[in-house]
Ligand binder design. Structure first.
Ligand SMILES: [Zn+2]
Length: 345
């Protein structure tokens, strides 16, 4: 198998520790680089994690249901509608879930989807059933875009949950983006897959990553059939990163409802793990091609987000923002071990 490009180097440092009579203390920092994603990270040997459940009350006070554009009182008045050529009713709907244009779009096709009329859900309340219709309306929208022959080749379903992750509203909501060009990061993934295939005589990068991780048995959280879950070797966030891949699915439209259900089962387990470990916020992206791209598999990432107490310090600092390297005090192999039991329950 051609090398999949995980690089690791250990840097040793030393300081005199004020908490132990200024005795010399050695520190080991693992510098990691993933050639597929281009992510550089430093895995640090000290454990920094939210020690207690974050207080949700101040968020709910500042963003009450009475002011929420996604709650039933204001929903119809304040959420945008599509022109009738997209959908006659103006919005996509599955039971309590709705999808509509983003009022503050990043892109021509930036939409918002709500799961239900429920204003707040903690991370242990997202059962697969709770998640199903929200992801379902995103699916309906992508199918409609394909039917309208918009020529979109790349799409994503995204989620900022709660303010530490950039979420602007408490009310749980997804966002879709579709376009003729991939986003910068998706372009990187596509190029890595194509370069790997070219250099290996046609091998599929994602298939080999799965084989590699199965053999290594250090970061493979679970293989649930069509979907497999990994702790990322070189994470994109200070609290690590959890990845999912849809085996052999080379376009969003290859995903069946059953495949989506399998994914949502896993997602629900990951969110429960986060809840138990005192996280309440995360970013999620599902990346997909919208026309078959044989070297690419539909896949995504979940990055837990948090504020550092007591100041509410951001988990994103100069190292990530301006040097493009991630500081991560969560060891990916440990994150994997902690998540595995959630998939065995
Ligand atoms: Zn609401």
């Amino acid at each position: 198998m051609r090398d999949i490009g995980f690089r690791m180097e250990i840097t040793r440092g030393c300081y005199r520790n004020p908490f132990q009579n200024f005795e010399e203390k050695e520190i080991l920092i693992e510098e990691r680089y993933d050639e597929t994603t281009g992510v550089s990270s430093r895995i640090l040997p000290y454990r920094v994690r939210p020690a207690q459940k974050p207080d949700i009350a101040p968020y709910l006070e500042k963003s009450p249901e009475s002011l929420c554009p996604f709650c039933p009182d204001l929903f119809d008045k304040l959420t945008p509608k599509f022109p009738p050529d997209v959908i006659a009713q103006g919005r996509f709907c599955r039971k309590e879930a709705w999808l509509f244009p983003n009022a503050f779009p990043y892109d021509a096709t930036n939409t918002v989807a709500i799961f239900s009329s429920r204003h707040f859900l903690a991370l242990d309340q997202f059962s697969p059933e709770t998640l199903r219709d929200g992801f379902g309306v995103c699916r309906d929208y992508f199918f409609r875009m394909a039917e309208m022959q918009k020529g979109y080749q790349y799409g994503s379903i995204n989620w900022n949950y709660m303010p530490p992750s950039g979420g602007g509203l408490i009310h749980p909501h997804l966002q879709t983006v579709a376009g003729k060009k991939p986003t910068n990061f998706m372009r990187r993934l596509l190029a890595s897959a194509q370069n790997y295939a070219a250099a290996s005589g046609g091998d599929n990068l994602w298939r080999n990553i799965l084989l590699w991780e199965k053999q290594a048995a250090q970061r493979l959280i679970a293989d649930t059939g069509v979907v497999y879950w990994l702790a990322a070797f070189s994470p994109k966030g200070m609290a690590g990163e959890i990845d999912f891949f849809f085996k052999e699915k080379t376009s969003f439209f290859d995903l069946t409802e059953a495949n989506m259900d399998e994914f949502l089962q896993g997602l629900s387990r990951v969110l429960l793990y986060l809840h138990v470990n005192n996280y309440m916020s995360f970013n999620l992206s599902l990346y997909a091609t919208m026309t078959p791209e044989k070297h690419f598999w539909v896949q995504g990432k979940i990055v837990p987000r948090f504020e550092l107490n007591p100041l509410g310090t951001s988990d994103l600092n100069y190292f990530e923002k301006l040097h493009d390297e991630i500081i991560c005090p969560v060891v990916p192999e440990q994150l994997c071990k902690e998540l595995q039991p959630y998939f065995q329950a």
